[in-house]
Design a protein around this ligand. Structure first.
Ligand code: NAG
Length: 357
């Protein structure tokens, strides 16, 4: 439900040992690119699999990408099976290029969009779309931005709590240009880098839930994600920033695909939250664990994993562009993104379209 500061690494030492001998650095085996999507001017992607040592002791479950011990269950509730209408609330000061980058990511999800080269964001969402509800309806592959609302005046202050996030939504849906869509609308609250949020950086980088009728008037699924660029990039924009104590001994931080540590870091968290919102919008559909107040959802299971060979300290095989910027997905308008994988209940493992096998 809440991406925990990454990487939540309890690493099994023997995995580290095994992987150290196998995959490292940048040989360019581009076997995953489907030739039907490959455009002519794309150089073959360079694959590499950076290793980051454990940076925090954490009690977090880490599934190393695949496990028979994960019992993801369906709890009979709805999934987002109608076309998904996203209403974005930009809270605080947002630069237009940053908004555009995030919107390009969201608009890259729809399968109907003119295909980006594989592996694409739409390919990545395909894993999410394989979840169904009890009527057999799949999660929709259509994601639209249906409205935007800008709260430039920080109407609920520079610090938000889990409850005041709902008040931000309430203010937004009360404003005329921002309708309430309680049938297939979801609300995405994005806070600028000067806004602090309860538990942000310490326990979460984002979360999703639903609003309470007493506060907002309706039950609306929503997600919040914050820009960690100034507050804790080494936690929430990892691996584009690494903690100070790793400097010198560990690998350098990866270069973000769009040259913005905070916003590029947010995009993976947004992907995580949207995948979970779609498969567990009212927290009564797809999750693992017995406790519905702390569900382990399809994003949680694959946190910190971006490609084949991930786990045990490795983030997995990802690509580098000609300028050394790392990514694993292509999006619309030649954008590139680095987004974590999500759990596939069909193969009982984390899955993503940049898989090499
Ligand atoms: C719906 O999901 C099932 C797996 O749960 C999959 O077999 C099927 O192909 C999906 N349908 C569509 C239209 O994607």
């Amino acid at each position: 439900m809440s991406p925990i500061p990454q990487p939540n690494l309890i690493f099994l030492i023997f995995f580290i040992t095994i992987f150290t001998c196998t995959i490292q650095s940048s040989s360019s085996s581009s076997s995953s690119s489907s030739p039907t999507y490959q455009t002519l001017d794309l150089p073959p992607p360079q694959y590499f699999n950076p290793k980051f040592p454990p940076r925090a002791l954490s009690s977090n479950k880490k599934y190393e990408g695949s496990s028979d011990l994960v019992h993801l269950k369906y709890h009979m509730g709805p999934v987002l099976s109608s076309p998904i209408n996203i209403y974005i609330i930009w809270y605080g000061k947002w630069a237009p290029p940053h908004k555009l980058l995030i919107k390009d990511f969201l608009l890259s999800i729809s399968a109907s969009h003119r295909a980006a080269p594989s592996p694409s964001v739409a390919d990545w969402w395909r894993t999410v779309s394989l979840y169904t509800d009890q009527t057999g309806s799949n999660i929709s592959r259509t994601v639209l931005i249906s409205g935007e609302y800008t709260d430039r005046s920080y109407s609920h202050g520079f610090h938000l709590t889990r409850l005041s996030v709902q008040q931000v939504i309430a203010s937004a849906v009360k404003s005329a240009p921002f309708p309430v869509n309680h049938k297939n609308g979801i609300y995405l609250i994005l806070t600028s880098q000067d806004v602090t949020v309860q538990d942000f950086c310490r326990a979460v980088c984002g979360f999703h839930y639903f609003t309470f009728p007493s506060l907002v008037g309706y039950t609306l699924p929503y997600a919040w994600v914050g820009n960690s660029g100034k507050q804790c990039p080494e936690v929430c924009a990892y691996p584009f920033a690494v903690p100070g104590y790793m400097a010198g001994s560990g690998p350098a931080a990866l270069s973000p695909p769009n040259a913005d540590v905070g916003v590029d870091g947010m995009i993976s968290v947004i992907g995580h939250e949207l995948a979970e919102l779609a498969s567990n919008p009212l927290v009564n559909a797809w999750y693992a664990g017995e406790d519905p107040t702390a569900p382990t959802e399809i994003g949680d299971l694959c946190e910190g994993l971006y490609g084949t060979g991930g786990g045990g300290g490795y983030i997995g095989q990802i690509m580098k562009d000609g300028e050394g910027r790392s990514y694993n997905l292509n999006g619309r308008r030649k954008r590139r993104f680095l987004v974590q994988w999500v759990w596939s209940d069909l193969i009982k493992a984390c899955a993503g379209p940049n898989a090499l096998d």
